[in-house]
Design a protein around this ligand. Structure first.
Ligand code: TRP
Length: 341
């Protein structure tokens, strides 16, 4: 009999804070959906709504963003029969595990977290009398909740952006402390940072990011999409003057959506022959619109049917808890939270 390898387990969390943009799609959603289609992968993807509470006290927004992100992933082709897709707050084992982990995590480790240090730094710079001003305990212990998200399912790999790598290292540290104290219960997860995934540039040419306000929303109306593309900053070269595709934001976005080598070469040639910016923008808009219009329609359908989205998330939670419930029980036993007889 051939020895069939166990599929590698991959897990990642998506914080529902804001409306997804093209950069999220190219940098995170599309590669994650690609992973979920591989037979040698077992994928766990979840909406990190507990994490969203750290920075948002508007209940309607939390609910709406959760709906939006879930609908976005489904509309873009996530197959929820393959991937286990769930909402963090539907898994009560996660906050329970957070506590077990908190009790083996050094406070000093949290002092070193980038997000916390940045908040303190901002306060010091602003001359605040209290370095921890505005820092809630959710922000401070964010890495422990994140470690619980991960360790609950013992994944091998956690695909994340560079900004999250420190959190994965902390999850490894915390797992190591727990294993040392109570036996080897946790796999040490690896951060998976895909260097090949394009970091999409935004309207102003910097990395497309909500914090720069330079994004193109994924599922806005066709008219809005066109307006956004028209706003992408180019230079002042006139029609007829040769243009450099490699330094051009339009071309970079084009490459993210068009794989065909012949089409890519033809587009390069258009640049070299001095096509007008207006034409290049119009053509980019058409390409984006052609690949987004079917998912956009599906997204709109899912946004109009919260009952269906809710049932999808609940089914995902049930599947996730098939792992989480017995595993938490095992951990309770290990730390001594046991029946007396
Ligand atoms: N902190 C991540 C972010 O801000 C989201 C997240 C929460 C996450 N829990 C996770 C990512 C667990 C990977 C694994 O993007």
């Amino acid at each position: 009999m051939s020895s069939k390898k166990q599929p590698a387990r991959v897990l990642t969390g998506i914080k529902p804070t804001g409306v997804p943009h093209l950069g999220n799609y190219i940098g995170a959603i599309r590669p994650a959906i690609g992973e979920s289609l591989r037979d040698d992968r077992e994928t766990f993807y979840f909406l990190a709504d507990y994490h969203a509470l750290v920075s948002c006290r508007d209940p309607e927004k939390i609910q709406d963003w959760t709906h939006t992100i879930a609908a976005t992933w489904l509309a873009l082709g996530l197959d929820v029969e393959r991937a286990v897709f769930y909402r963090q707050s539907d898994i009560p084992e996660i906050p329970a595990l957070t506590w077990l982990l908190s009790c083996v995590t050094a406070k000093g480790l949290m002092n070193r977290a980038h997000a916390y240090k940045a908040a303190v730094q901002d306060n010091l710079q602003a001359g605040a009398d209290e370095p921890d001003r505005g820092v809630n305990m959710g922000l401070y212990t964010y890495p422990i909740l994140m470690a619980a998200d991960i360790l609950m399912f013992n994944p091998h790999a956690v695909p994340v952006g560079k900004d999250q790598v420190q959190h994965i290292e902390m999850a490894r540290d915390i797992a190591g402390c727990f294993n040392h104290a109570f036996g080897k219960h946790f796999v040490l997860p690896e951060a998976l940072v895909d260097e090949n995934t394009a970091v999409l540039r935004g309207l102003d040419g910097r990395k497309m990011s909500k914090s720069y306000g330079n994004t193109i929303p994924l599922f806005c109306s066709e008219k809005k999409l066109r307006q956004h593309v028209m706003k992408i900053v180019t230079n002042s070269l006139e029609p007829g003057e040769p243009k450099d595709p490699d330094s051009c934001t339009l071309f970079q976005i084009f490459l993210a959506f068009v794989e065909d080598e012949a089409e890519r070469a033809a587009k390069r040639q258009q640049y070299e022959q001095g096509a007008a910016w207006g034409l290049l923008k119009q053509e980019l808009f058409e390409i984006l619109n052609a690949s987004l219009s079917a998912p956009r329609a599906e997204y709109e359908r899912l946004m109009a049917d919260p009952g269906f989205m809710e049932s999808v998330l609940r089914k995902g939670a049930e599947r996730a808890r098939e792992h989480a419930t017995p595993f938490l029980e095992q951990l309770h036993q290990a730390v001594g939270l046991r029946a007396l007889v």
